[in-house]
Design a protein around this ligand. Structure first.
Ligand SMILES: C[S@@+](CC[C@H](N)C(=O)[O-])C[C@H]1O[C@@H](n2cnc3c(N)ncnc32)[C@H](O)[C@@H]1O
Length: 185
């Protein structure tokens, strides 16, 4: 799995929304960071990055292969994220949100708000299509995600479809970028 995660780049995965990431050095949290591909790339761009990953093997691998990237790794999981301290200007959830059930997504969005600085951006990708054998995954639509986010004061900046970079049969993605409605300080 990590080979697959690291087989594409942050710029490839986020190419449709790269312009919505801040240029100025910012505080970023990558929730469900996997092996740290995005966390390391964002740190290399000058951001201060916390990578949160509950799977020990992936977190340890990420710490090893991206050693020296300046990423802070935390063992924690949505929705509680009890060990994560905000505020953050960017909350990244790449291929993570659909691994949460409905109650977890509700609690998770509430927690994302408390981790967000005013005006923060939430960047997420949603996977659609067949659920691989043995994976815990739901088909979470973009409209229901935007509707849930709206309840917590986030407004959509971007919603768009894209194909699967690994060309897996029947797999499609939606990219969603949300912005916290409070004015940035
Ligand atoms: C498909 S992988 C994506 C990894 C990475 N974001 C990437 O794009 O390469 C999904 C990740 O979400 C993590 N994950 C699953 N449930 C989670 C939860 N409740 N809280 C945080 N991370 C979770 C998994 O351990 C895994 O690393």
């Amino acid at each position: 799995m990590a080979e697959q995660y690291e087989g594409v780049t942050f710029a490839d995965v986020h190419r449709d929304v790269l312009h919505l990431f801040p240029d100025a050095p910012s505080r970023v949290v990558d929730l469900g960071a996997g092996s740290g591909r995005d966390a390391a790339a964002l740190a290399a761009l000058g951001h201060r990055v916390v990578a949160v990953e509950p799977t020990d093997e992936l977190r340890r691998l990420g710490e090893r292969i991206h050693a020296g990237a300046g990423v802070e790794w935390v063992d924690d999981s949505l929705p509680e994220l009890a060990g994560v301290q905000g505020p953050f200007d960017v909350v990244l959830l790449t291929a993570v949100w659909m691994h949460l059930d409905e109650a977890e997504r509700l609690a998770g969005m509430r927690r994302i708000l408390t981790l967000s600085a005013p005006g923060a951006r939430v960047v997420m990708t949603l996977r659609h299509g067949p659920v691989p054998e043995g994976r815990r995954m739901w088909d979470v639509s973009a409209p229901e995600t935007v509707e849930l986010a709206d309840r917590f004061g986030f407004r959509p900046l971007y919603v768009g479809a894209r194909t699967d970079l690994h060309a897996r049969s029947g797999v499609r993605w939606t990219m969603v970028v949300l912005e916290d409605g409070r004015a940035a300080s």
